[in-house]
Structure formats: C-alpha cells, structure tokens
Design a protein around this ligand. Structure first.
Ligand code: ATP
Length: 305
C-alpha cells in the first residue's frame, strides 16, 4: 500500500498480438498533483488509462489506485475515480438537467453548486437533449458529471480533442480554477503540449509504451536549451563532440544545437572556434517533447539493428 500516491504502477504492460502497446510502465501520480501524460499518437496513453480504469486487463505488472491494489478494489474504485475520455457514451435521450440529476442520485458526495457553476461557465443548454449536443458540449457535460461527486482522482484522456481553442481554454481553466481541490489528483493525457504546460505540475513523456522521462514542468522547460551558432567556415567535426550536445541540426549557414546540460561549458567549447555569431534560445515544451520522442525512436531503431 502506498498512501501518498494516487496512482502507482510497476512494470505495467499490455500486448495486443505483435504490438507492445504498454511496456513496463512505472507510473506514479502523487496525491494532490496534476500529472500530464504526454506522448505522440499510438504511444500507449489510452491503453494505460483503460487498464487503470479496469476496462482492459494488463498483460503484466501491478497497479495501485488511491493505495488499493486495483484488480481487487473493483466497484469501490469507480466511486473514487472520475473519468472523461474521448467520445464517451452518455444518456443521449435525457436532457442536460435530468442527466445531472440522474448521475447525482448515485453519489452522496455530489457537489450541486459546483455542477451548476460549471454548467453556467460552459453555457450548456439545461433542457437540450444530450444526444443533440455538439462534440465539445458533450465533453463539457462529461466533465461536469465526472467532477460533480468531487472524486479524489480524476482521469482525463485527451478531453479537449473535440473542442475549439476558446472552449479548450475554458475547459482547462475550469478544471484548474473551479473544479480541482487541493486534495484531488489528476492524470491528464494529451498531445497538445501548450495546454499541458499551463496546468500540470509534472509531466511524464511516453513513447512506444515506455516512460522516457518524468519532470517537474518548470524543470522540463528549462532542462534543455537551444544554441544557434554560425561558424566562420566549416566547423570541424570535433566542435559537436561534447557529451551535453544532444542534437545538431543544420539550418542554412547556422547550426542549431540541443544542449542537455553544462551550458556554460558547451558555450566555452564552441567559442574556441572562429564564430560569426552565437545565441542561446529557450526550448519550448513542444521542442523538448519532440527531442525526447525522436531520441527514443533513434534508440529503439538502433536496438532493433
Ligand atoms: P492517441 O494519442 O493516438 O490516442 P495513444 O497514446 O492513446 O494514442 P493507444 O491508443 O494506447 O495510444 O495505442 C497504443 C498502441 O496499441 C497502438 O499501436 C495501437 O494501435 C495499439 N492498440 C490499442 N488498442 C488496441 C486494440 N484493442 N487492439 C490492437 N491494438 C491496439
């Protein structure tokens, strides 16, 4: 039992035939944090979440949710975990208000004020039939229904994928500003990094079913730097040999380097060559993510050789 973690998996794996969708995942979501699980298409995010929710049986490994071994916890966990996914089935024949009332009847902890406030923020039509709502409105209603009971753990699987940019912003700021209390933990999967950046505390980057890195969001943003350098003439191959230079890309007459640590040392080493110009650039989270994803692709290609 691990009380301080909302989610803990060890060696979690799922294989579909020849596809290793999730590959020995050790995932830890702390109580009270918003954790972003980010990765490209097919990385294994949805498969991981389906296993956490008990909708898919792991091929291997263990899972604990809110300190309980999840295969044993069964139905009791369902009351403690709110879930919003893509294209979730809903009671299409009910109207929005009836749908909320119906859901409320299952949850003694239902927070009516919160649910009404969210409906108002999203401007959901209270008496429209759920089946007639747009994709974005359905996602918003799904969030209201998931948040209403104030579950200690909220799992969101790419919840904003059907929303326009304005609705996306409303959706996420509602989660952060209105819905999430300090005692609640959130696992949010996404590949829209600019959004994740705004709301998560920590981020886990997943690719090919493996967790490549887990970082505090601020540390991740500052962990890698880009250096643009223009040499006088062709640089010798040794110019890029420093172990902290994780990538080199030629762009016309300049070189764009990805530097993973020891920035001062790298700059000093580059300065030993005749240069026209050198500048240090911040890496966006998007670029950092692409760097990790490409790195893992390169590594797995060389492992397969
Ligand atoms: P996306 O961002 O595109 O939704 P994801 O990170 O959620 O991707 P998953 O949906 O978990 O990725 O898929 C991981 C891998 O497992 C993919 O190669 C996918 O084709 C495969 N996969 C997922 N579900 C099944 C299934 N039911 N049967 C066979 N293969 C599956």
């Amino acid at each position: 039992m691990t009380e301080e973690l909302a989610i803990k998996t060890r060696g979690l794996s799922k294989r579909f035939g020849l596809v290793q969708a999730v590959d020995g995942l050790d995932l830890e979501v702390r109580k009270g944090e918003v954790y972003g699980l980010i990765g490209p298409n097919g990385a294994g995010k949805t498969t991981t979440i389906r296993m956490l929710l008990g909708l898919s049986r792991p091929s291997g490994g263990t899972m604990e949710i809110l300190g309980r071994e999840s295969s044993k916890a069964g139905a009791s966990l369902r009351e403690l975990v709110g879930f919003v996914g893509e294209d979730q089935p809903m009671y299409d024949y009910m109207n929005v208000t009836d749908c909320m009332e119906f859901t409320r009847s299952f949850y003694p902890t239902w927070d009516r004020q919160l649910a009404l406030r969210m409906v108002e923020i999203f401007q959901l039509p209270a008496y429209a039939r759920v089946g007639t709502l747009s994709k974005g409105m359905r996602s918003q209603l799904a969030l209201v229904l998931a948040m209403g009971p104030r579950p200690p753990l909220l799992i969101l699987d790419e919840p904003t994928s059907g929303l326009d940019p304005l609705a996306r912003r409303d959706f996420l700021s509602t989660i952060m500003g209105e819905a999430i209390g300090p005692e609640q933990s959130v696992l949010l999967s996404s590949h829209i990094l600019s959004e994740v950046e705004r709301i998560v505390d920590r981020v886990g980057i997943i690719a090919r079913g493996k967790l490549l890195t887990v970082r505090d969001i601020d540390a991740l943003k500052t962990s890698h730097k880009r250096v643009r350098v223009v040499f006088q003439g062709e640089p010798p191959a040794a110019a890029f040999k420093h172990p902290a230079i994780a990538g080199v890309e030629r762009q016309g007459s300049s070189y764009l380097l990805t530097v993973s640590s020891d920035l001062e040392e790298v700059l000093a080493a580059l300065n030993r060559h005749p240069l026209f110009a050198m500048e240090v650039l911040e890496m966006t989270l998007e670029e950092t993510f692409v760097h990790y994803a490409q790195d893992s692709r390169g590594r797995s290609a060389s492992e397969n050789r």
